[in-house]
Design a binder for this molecule. Sequence first.
Ligand code: PSU
Ligand code: MN
Length: 308
Amino acid sequence: MKHPHIELSPEITRALSMGAPIVALESTVITHGLPHPQNLELARDMEKQVRETGATPATVALLDGKIRLGLSDEELVQLSESESTLKVSHRDFATAIVKKANGGTTVAGTMLAANMSNIKVFATGGIGGVHKESSFDISTDLKALAETPMIVVCAGAKAILDLPATLEYLETMGVPVIGYKTDEFPAFYSRESGLNVSARLDSPKEIAEFAKAHWSLGLRSAVLVTNPVPETDSIPKSEMEPVIAKASAEAMEQGIHGQALTPFLLSRISELTKEKSLKTNLALLLNNARLAGEIANEVNVRKKEWAI
Ligand code: PSU
Ligand code: MN
């Protein structure tokens, strides 16, 4: 059924009606997570990775107050260049709608829009979580993961976060944390964190079977798939730790908090590592888009048998 605030591109409308595999992609990474022009290049490359698996990419964003799924290349250019875009999580949708604003959707925002449009697989870089700077700063991403039945592919939670607290929250909310070909929860820039996942799975097929089993019980949380950054682009935890500590101390000194904290930390870490972390961020995003495409294909094969 058509929702008054949601607009699907012709390609996504067609893919949905044919029952073809689709992967939702977030856009805060374009509007707030990466500098220009790498953000545009990344947006295009993520779509390409998804297409190479045979799935259709649905980049989600707000344009002129409309929630859009599937953007044209001109629209990607517009989104990547615009400087006054909102960062849209759950509480911000209505703001963007009534103000007819442009916005990049966070993990939580993208999950909401994708779920309303019956899309079951989503790729991002790293989910938000519990911040180190303040244990009251808990990303809405965690709430969305707790309440949205969707497979979310990420490279772990961003290492700028309190990772043990983030994992505790996910456990409380009943969100399975899958390690793709690993037993260890990846820490975004690094493959290692010293923390465990709740289950290890080694193929897209196993992940689709897992999600089917999880949702067959009436559970309605997401299945979080953590995909470690490729070895060649991983930065050792020991190398990242002092950089993250410095960026975090600066954020506290400058009183940066709320929605601005994550973008500040990401860009400051990129400066401090002379863009080495930026390269890693791009590599893991592409890696996740590809895996999500492969999973979407496996989900699609099983869709008819699914209750959801
Ligand atoms: N991963 C990235 N870059 C990003 C983000 C994730 O590689 O910019 C974004 C996601 O959109 C995520 C958001 O939902 O950061 C979390 O923001 P906050 O901590 O304010 O909830
Ligand atoms: Mn926050």
